[in-house]
Design a protein around this ligand. Structure first.
Ligand code: LLP
Length: 420
């Protein structure tokens, strides 16, 4: 479900015309629907209600402060992966007791800051890291809790760049190492090893990889129990896929129906770390057509948004639907032609859509790239010295700017001209 649709010929986000937003705030523009975000959060909460899990929104998917405030005000915790994400969490006064921190490369400073803030768990990804966490905890005279991120070696059947739970990936530790960590807990002073964390990848559309990974984690928890170690927390990560094209991902309910029976009767505190599921289809990227260029091979629709604004198509070959903001009149529809929607960046890989049958766009027409709420703005860059886009949050008939478009001075802020 999402709140983007045509009313007549006009494309709306909730009760607001996207063409009005583009006029008011300019393009490229990220537009988010508050209702869609909350609807997805609620669906997940309801589906898992019997276990009342802690749902930690994955900040990397969209780290805008207003969105973090929105989800945390509605009970979500946060899944963070850097000092910068911790800083954002602090800015919105996120409850530290609902923050979990993963990453294979946490620095001493980041660890210290997170301990001082009093986060719930570090998701530990190596023995060395655990040693550093223990060191820092002793220096600060604070006790810390950790979950061990295990690598269950399950293939989630998604893009290889977003596969994280196979044996050849850098994430987590193998089960033997995890066992050693639990057995040696007393050697890691001020650290309490309380749980298991798994996250096998992202945009996973089938239940089977989740189930297989969970079974492996539960088997490991049972093994630990046999040797006298009690695991209290299980974090099953994120990864739930959404519809970009014709996928048939699981609904929250279907996902829960697969997961919950496996957890029944176990006294485990459950944590989820969804990102894409919450915000993916809650955002679009609006762009303006600058030029239309016909070649003997195909048509290029050149727009004012590029791979620096939305990297997913270039980076993963990801498919995002593209729609005109004003539905084309039937006359124009007759001119469907194979087209690429491309940006102004000086790279052939700078495309938002490829080989699509598209109506005839004219200069100044607006279009929207769908499913851009997750890993859209958060992965954007200043490549080609482009200013990053503005972001707008819509609620009913209201819209609020939640990030201003960058200005040229933003590009130069940290630079110096030196002559050597
Ligand atoms: N937990 C951990 C430890 C993660 O590494 C991730 C995502 C999540 C949770 C949230 O996963 P989600 O529910 O959003 O699938 N840039 C890529 C996706 C990278 C995902 C990285 N980790 C993309 O645009 O597809």
């Amino acid at each position: 479900m999402h709140e983007f649709r045509y009313v007549g010929d006009e494309f709306y986000c909730e009760g607001v015309r996207v063409s009005d937003l583009a006029r008011r705030y300019g393009t490229p523009l990220y537009v988010y629907s508050r209702k869609t975000i909350l609807d997805h959060l609620t669906k997940l909460k309801k589906a898992f209600a019997s276990l009342a899990p802690l749902i930690c929104f994955s900040v990397k998917s969209n780290s805008n402060l207003s969105l973090l405030k929105l989800v945390t005000d509605h009970g979500a915790g946060l899944d963070i992966v850097s000092g910068g994400e911790l800083y954002r969490a602090r800015k919105v006064h996120a409850d530290p007791a609902k923050i979990v921190y993963a990453s294979v490369g946490k620095t001493r400073q980041e660890i210290a800051d997170a301990i001082r803030y009093g986060i719930l768990y570090f998701n530990v990804e190596s023995i060395q890291e655990l040693g550093v966490i223990s060191d820092v905890a002793q220096e600060l005279r604070k006790n810390v809790r950790v979950c061990v991120r295990i690598n269950p070696n399950i293939d989630p059947h998604t893009h290889r760049y977003i596969t994280t739970g196979t044996v050849d990936s850098k994430f987590g530790v193998d089960l033997e190492t995890a066992r050693l960590i639990f057995l040696n807990e007393p050697n890691f002073k001020r650290v309490s090893v309380e749980g298991i964390h798994i996250h096998i990848g992202s945009q996973i559309t089938q239940a089977s990889p989740f189930v297989a990974a969970l079974k492996r984690a539960l088997g490991f928890i049972d093994h630990l129990k046999r040797i006298g170690i009690v695991v209290r927390t299980l974090n099953i990560g994120g990864g739930l896929g959404i519809i970009y094209r014709e996928e048939q991902p699981q609904t929250a309910r279907e996902y829960a129906d697969e997961i919950l029976p496996l957890l029944r009767g176990r006294k485990l505190r459950l944590i989820l770390e969804p990102g894409r599921f919450i915000v993916g289809n809650a955002g679009v990227l609006a762009a303006k057509v600058l030029y239309v260029k016909d070649t003997p091979e195909k048509r290029f629709v050149i727009v004012d948004a590029g791979m620096n604004d939305l990297a997913r198509p270039s980076l993963y070959g990801a498919y995002h639907e593209v729609h005109p903001v004003a539905a084309p009149k039937s006359g124009k529809r007759a001119f469907l032609k194979k087209s690429d929607v491309v940006g102004p960046i000086c790279e052939s890989g700078d495309f938002l859509a490829r080989d699509r049958q598209m109506p005839l766009y004219g200069c100044g027409d607006l279009l929207v790239v769908m499913g851009a709420g997750a890993y859209g703005f958060s992965m954007s860059s200043n490549y080609n010295s482009r200013r990053r886009a503005a972001e707008v949050l819509v609620s009913g008939k209201n819209a609020c700017l939640i990030r201003e478009r960058e200005i040229y001075d933003d590009l130069l802020r940290h630079e110096k001209v030196v002559e050597l």
